[in-house]
Design a binder for this molecule. Sequence first.
Ligand SMILES: C[S@@+](CC[C@H](N)C(=O)[O-])C[C@H]1O[C@@H](n2cnc3c(N)ncnc32)[C@H](O)[C@@H]1O
Length: 285
Amino acid sequence: MLNDLLGASELPRREAMALLEAASGKAREALIAHGLDPVPREVRALFARMVAQRKLGIPIAYLTGFREFYGRPFWVSPATLIPRMETELLIDTVIALAPTAGRPLRLADLGTGSGCIGITLALEIRSAEITATDQSAAALQVARNNAARLDAASQMRFHQGSWFDALRHTSQKFHGLISNPPYVAANDPHLSQGDLRFEPKTALSPSAMAKGEAIAIGSDGLADIATLTHEAHYWLEPGGFLLVEHGSEQQTAVIALFHKAGLARVRGLTDSQSQPRAVIGFLAS
Ligand SMILES: C[S@@+](CC[C@H](N)C(=O)[O-])C[C@H]1O[C@@H](n2cnc3c(N)ncnc32)[C@H](O)[C@@H]1O
């Protein structure tokens, strides 16, 4: 029976229920409605394997295969970061800037991972054309699959490569560049705690020197943000914007990088938990 099975798992009920939904292929409402029915043996066996993996620390999203972002399920794999709620700030910010009529908006999502930012923007702004990039071929394949499943593929282009190098075959400029890049300093103790232990290191911490900047590898987590700010003006239409997520203690340094790159109307943004979480700046028109 449902409650016995959930209780015996010794996991928080919310986690156990998510795993049982995945193991049974049934929605929570159906499981609750049939809560007194015996659970089939093969479902119990699969659930028990998932519970054991969860107890080893494997993130729930890697076990169920998806995480919700902006109200839609995004499939994930160990090659992708698990989408975070705080990243929804980037979506709200772009939607607020998007014209309701007129020219199609050309946007780039740099370091797309599961595709959650670019695909959500495509679905929320149906006139937008989105270029999504990642240096990880495996992540890009997950993003392509998500675009197809969520019916956004016709608005999306995918390119593999490091930051703006991925765009080298396009001659287009963009009305907006959006990125949630790796920004955790390499020596941050959080990297060895919780879900972060299982997520790709290349998605969490910068792995290279910033282009054009004398920043030591991983010393402050800002190397990739420095690369993005340094090169953004080559890729932006006049009046276009660069919008970048960052760690809650990095906003002052990120604003300084935007100013150094000559971007105008630079401002810091806070997420739904009132944490400093992103910076936006514009190329002069
Ligand atoms: C913090 S994750 C964000 C993923 C996704 N956009 C999200 O918000 O969930 C950073 C992403 O940048 C990618 N990445 C890391 N270094 C990169 C580089 N040099 N060029 C392009 N993408 C890179 C990683 O593979 C990862 O998918």
